[in-house]
Design a protein around this ligand. Sequence first.
Ligand code: GDG
Length: 490
Amino acid sequence: MSKLIVLSNRVSLPNPDKPAAGGLAVALQDALTETGGIWIGWNGEVISNNTDYDSTKQSTVHPAQPQFDKIIDGKIEYLTCPLTQNQYDQYYSGFANNTLWPAMHERQDLITYNQDEFDTYQQVNALFARQLKAIVQPDDVIWVHDYHFFSVARYCRELGMDNQIGFFLHIPFAPLSIWQCIPTAERLVQDLCHYDLVGLQTDHDQSLCMQACTTLLKAQKIQHSLVSYQQRITTIKCYPIGINPAQIQQMAKKHANDRQDVFDLKALKHQKTIIGVDRIDYSKGILERFDAFAEFLQQYPQYHQRITELQIACPCRMDVLAYQRLFKQVNQTVEKINAKFAQHDWLPIDCTHDVVPHETLMGLYRLTDICWISSLRDGMNLVAKEYIAAQDPDNPGVLILSKYAGAAEQMQQALIVDPTDTQDMVNALKTAVEMPLQERIQRYQQLMQGLTNFDINDWRNQFLNDLRQNHQLENFKQPMRAVNATYQLL
Ligand code: GDG
């Protein structure tokens, strides 16, 4: 029977003391259990360059393979390997997080391009392709995740693999003007066309991806979601990632009354509370949100001591300069706003950098009045969906959601804001604080319906069904390939 092989940069390893909390990890594990499967990726360790499999000392075409550790848990096999320091610096911190991440989030000012980093990115992609080749059976289906692996399918094809290979991009897809800032843009988009199916978060991303293929490569658009390039046909389609609303609702209800160590919610009982949950990343618009909150306090002094913003802000990618800088700015801004507005024992912003346990976070969502998402660009933003699912149906909170988060395409009943427009955010916050119960319930019910209509399992099943059914597309593809071959002779 055809099994599923998942490749992602990080792997969610089984831990008997701590079951996987993230919706994505659970959804992928469920899929892998269904047919039996393998999950491959980096184990998070960084080792010295002087190991005998330091691929930088080998040729690009055949770098030596690292040792993959194997863990078997039920029907799932986990295969993980470390990265060398050089791979970590150049592939992960470098090309993935210093070139592709800012590019896809339209931060042209933060894009750096370095040819060595691109080469190492390719080497790491080739390394994982070789590992796939070593374990794959002819009818297995491969699902590759995210911007770390734009090029894996190219190497798989070069190794003679004919399997169905799908790719899902969790982050936004860049517009053409940004792609044109990357010297190897054409090559990367070509690499993408070696996948059978490319999944994106939103319709907007789908059309940008289609445009990159047809403009940069002059690929032929066959149908709304089919593109043909050099005798290969790739499906490019939108699959908005979801959550498990029923599970979150239950968990939030169960944990809403837990003792709270994160924030002193008892002391805030008579206040309106806003929750913000973000990795400290420039794409999340954290500073824009703080500035708008300060402006709200400036314009509406009647809310002093009556509203508090609770911020969970986990630092990440601290090896990258832009992230170090932002971490400092976040702390300075919190200090500045608190120093300006604090009264008696009231601090307008309570910010923690600790990682909060999953159940606690779901409980916290339920206890807070407003969730404020101000991403400047975001693939989806799962916090928006989790917050709604966690609400008390009889007394739900209000979601303020950036129009630049992928979630805004589906969650139009939220208060949609432009995070670059401070006054727009101030107005939305005022509306949220004063929204009557009936309107909150109405918006909540519509939003919850949307979450239930297409949840995380639908997302996974639809992607995998399309990928598996791609085989049936072969009948359609054969004549198309013939047409393409003729076309290329002309
Ligand atoms: C990428 C794309 C896309 C956060 N802090 C804590 C914690 N979290 C959890 C949240 C949520 C997740 O992390 C964050 O999800 P996002 O969707 O907001 O963002 P990214 O990490 O940037 O993820 C994004 C996503 O992929 C999925 O496709 O939506 O656009 O950038 O689940 O709950 N969880 C716990 N403690 C914390 O302190 N337990």
